[in-house]
Design a binder for this molecule. Structure first.
Ligand SMILES: [Ca+2]
Ligand SMILES: [Ca+2]
Ligand SMILES: [Ca+2]
Ligand SMILES: [Ca+2]
Length: 353
C-alpha cells in the first residue's frame, strides 16, 4: 500500500486489485506483475450525496532471486571400485518469484569434509549431470536427460538432478569422493535455450522490475550470489583379500605317513588360504585361485582339488565342501564368497618327481 492509498483510504474506501493471472506462490507475487490500487471517494454536502472522485496507483513487483539445492536422502552412495554410472541425487528448487533457468556445475574436491561426517579421499571420473526426465526419482540411463542447465523452472518448482560418475579401481574400503552440485539462477530467456546471467539492481528502486538476490550461502557458495550448492558423496565398499600358501608332507614311499620326508615320491599337500580383511569389507565373490604346479611335482588326481575349507590357528582343516579342477598342470579352485573377516581355502596334493 502506498502512502497515497493510505491517505485516500482514510477518507473513503479502497479496493486492491491484482491484475492479470498472478498466483500467490510461496515465493510471493510474480515478478513483473503490476498491482493497481483503485480508490473511490464519496462524500456529502449538507446531507446530500455529491459526485465522488477516484484515484489509482500502479506499481511493478520486483524480482526476488532465491533458490535451494539439496541432497536427496541423507546417506552416502555406496559404490564398488570399478563401478560405472554411480548416482548421487539432488533437487534444485526455484524459490524466486520468477521463471528462471539454472546453470549447473558438479565439482569435486581434494580432501576436506564430505557430506556425511566423512573426509574426501579420491575423485570419481566421467562426471555428468542428468535431469529426471520421467520424474520417477531414479536415474534411468537412456531415458533421463544429460543437461548443463535447468530450463524454465517456474516459481516454487523443483527439478530432480543426478550427478552420475564412474569409480576408479583399486580403492581402499571406506574411501570417500565428495561431489558438490551448484545451481546458479539465470534469466529464463526462451524455452530451450539458456538465458543470460542475472544482474542485481544497484541503487534506488526503479519503476520497472528490479532484481534482488535473496539466496543464502550453501555448501560452497556465498549469500546473495544467485547460486546455491549442496554436497553428497560416494563411499567405497571394497574387499581386501590376502593369500597365504603353505605346504605339509603327507607321506613318502619309505616311511609312509610316519615321519615322512621330502624324498622323491613323497606326497605334499598344498593349502592356499584366502582371507578377507575384518571390519566393513565388502563380501568378495567368485574368488578364483589359480596355481600352476611346479615341473618337479605331479598332480595327485586321486585327491583332486578341494575348496571352501577353513583354517584354525594357521592350520588348514580337512573340512572342504567344494571341488576344483586341474588342467594342463594348473590347479583352479573357485570360492563362491568370502565375507569380511572370513578365511577359506583351496587344497590340492602333488608328489615329488
Ligand atoms: Ca575428491
Ligand atoms: Ca528417472
Ligand atoms: Ca530458458
Ligand atoms: Ca548463495
Amino acid at each position: 500500500m502506498t502512502y497515497r492509498s493510505k491517505l485516500l483510504g482514510a477518507a473513503g474506501f479502497f479496493a486492491l486489485t491484482v491484475l492479470g493471472t498472478n498466483t500467490a506462490f510461496a515465493a510471493g507475487t510474480t515478478a513483473g506483475a503490476t498491482i493497481t490500487n483503485n480508490v473511490s471517494v464519496s462524500f456529502q454536502v449538507g446531507g446530500i450525496s455529491q459526485t465522488g472522485t477516484t484515484a489509482s496507483d500502479t506499481l511493478t513487483v520486483d524480482r526476488k532471486i532465491n533458490l535451494t539445492v539439496a541432497e536427496v536422502g541423507s546417506t552416502t552412495t555406496v559404490v564398488t571400485p570399478g563401478a560405472t554410472s554411480q548416482v548421487t541425487s539432488f533437487t534444485v528448487t526455484n524459490t524466486s518469484n520468477a521463471v528462471l533457468d539454472f546453470t549447473l556445475a558438479a565439482a569435486q574436491q581434494t580432501g576436506g569434509a564430505g557430506a556425511h561426517a566423512n573426509t574426501d579421499s579420491f575423485n570419481v571420473t566421467n562426471i555428468r549431470i542428468f535431469r529426471d526426465a520421467n520424474a520417477n526419482g531414479n536415474y534411468d540411463a537412456g531415458t533421463d536427460t544429460l543437461v548443463t542447465y535447468v530450463d524454465e523452472l517456474g516459481a516454487d518448482q523443483s527439478a530432480t538432478l543426478f550427478v552420475v560418475a564412474d569409480v576408479p579401481l583399486a580403492l581402499a574400503n571406506g574411501s570417500v569422493a565428495a561431489v558438490t552440485l551448484t545451481a546458479t539462477g539465470r534469466e529464463g530467456g526462451t524455452s530451450g535455450s539458456q538465458g543470460a546471467a542475472l544482474v542485481q539492481t544497484t541503487g534506488a528502486n526503479t519503476a520497472a522490475m528490479d532484481t534482488v538476490f535473496a539466496d543464502l550461502a550453501g555448501a560452497t557458495d556465498a549469500a546473495r550470489d544467485a547460486a546455491f550448492s549442496a554436497k553428497d558423496d560416494y563411499t567405497i565398499s571394497a574387499a581386501t583379500l590376502s593369500a597365504v600358501k603353505t605346504s605339509k608332507i603327507i607321506s613318502d614311499p619309505i616311511n609312509g605317513t610316519t615321519n615322512p620326508k621330502m624324498i622323491p615320491g613323497a606326497t605334499i599337500q598344498y593349502c592356499i588360504a584366502i582371507t578377507n580383511a575384518a571390519g566393513t569389507s565388502a563380501t568378495a565373490t567368485s574368488v578364483t585361485v589359480s596355481d600352476p604346479i611346479p615341473s618337479d611335482l605331479a598332480y595327485d588326481a586321486a585327491f583332486g582339488v578341494k575348496t571352501n575349507g577353513t583354517v584354525t590357528s594357521g592350520n588348514c582343516n580337512a573340512d572342504t565342501t567344494g571341488t576344483g579342477t586341474q588342467a594342463a598342470g594348473t590347479v583352479t579352485g573357485t570360492i563362491a564368497s568370502i565375507a569380511a573377516g572370513e578365511t577359506k581355502t583351496v587344497l590340492f596334493q602333488a608328489t615329488i618327481d
